[in-house]
Every structure is written in structure tokens, then in C-alpha cells.
Design a protein around this ligand. Structure first.
Ligand SMILES: [Zn+2]
Length: 105
């Protein structure tokens, strides 16, 4: 793999593409869930290729195990217990736990 440096605007475009893909995934989910899953895969590919972390609000909106787009109430169950957010993917049963802390304002 080549290790040459990419100009900064490339990362910006990549991030933009990820956001567009996730917005599309959200839109298409009710009518074409298989498209949403494809968009999630594409987004993850971009994220790995350009080494960018997903924007905060899209984290936990896909399953890291089966790569499916998750929508709370449809195929995602979110529970708060103690100091952790537990997300369960209802497609494959994968559990993700994220620590939950109160933000100080
Ligand atoms: Zn899953």
C-alpha cells in the first residue's frame, strides 16, 4: 500500500460522501432496506480507506457485526441501564455497550 500523503480536501470530500450515503440510507430504509445496507458498506469502506471516524450522530446506526443499517424501533433496540447504553441489533442479535455520561453544561 502506498503511504503518500493525501491533500486535506480529500478527507473533507470523503466525509461529505459518508454523510450523503447515510442520509440516503435513512431515506431508503422504509422502502428498500437492502439499499441502506449497501450504503452502510460503502460508508464503512470510505471510513477505512481514508481513516476517518464516522460523525458522532451516525455512530451506532449500523451493526458492526452484520453491516446492516439500524433504525431504532425497527431493527434496533436501545436500552439505558446504569451508566451504559445497550444497543441490540435485531437482525443478528449483536450487542454493543457504550458508556453513558452526563454532559456538564
Ligand atoms: Zn447485526
Amino acid at each position: 500500500m502506498s503511504r503518500r500523503k493525501r491533500p486535506k480536501y480529500v478527507n473533507k470530500i470523503a466525509l461529505e460522501r459518508m454523510q450523503i450515503l447515510f442520509n440516503q440510507a435513512e431515506k431508503e430504509f422504509s422502502s428498500h432496506p437492502e439499499r441502506s445496507d449497501r450504503y452502510v458498506k460503502l460508508t464503512r469502506n470510505i471510513s477505512t480507506k481514508y481513516n476517518i471516524t464516522l460523525p458522532y450522530y451516525w455512530r451506532g446506526r449500523f451493526c458492526k457485526n452484520c453491516n446492516k443499517f439500524l433504525k431504532p424501533g425497527a431493527n434496533l433496540r436501545v436500552r439505558l441501564s446504569g451508566n451504559t447504553i445497550t444497543r441490540k441489533c435485531l437482525e443478528c442479535g449483536n450487542l454493543t455497550k457504550v458508556p453513558y455520561t452526563h454532559k456538564k453544561n
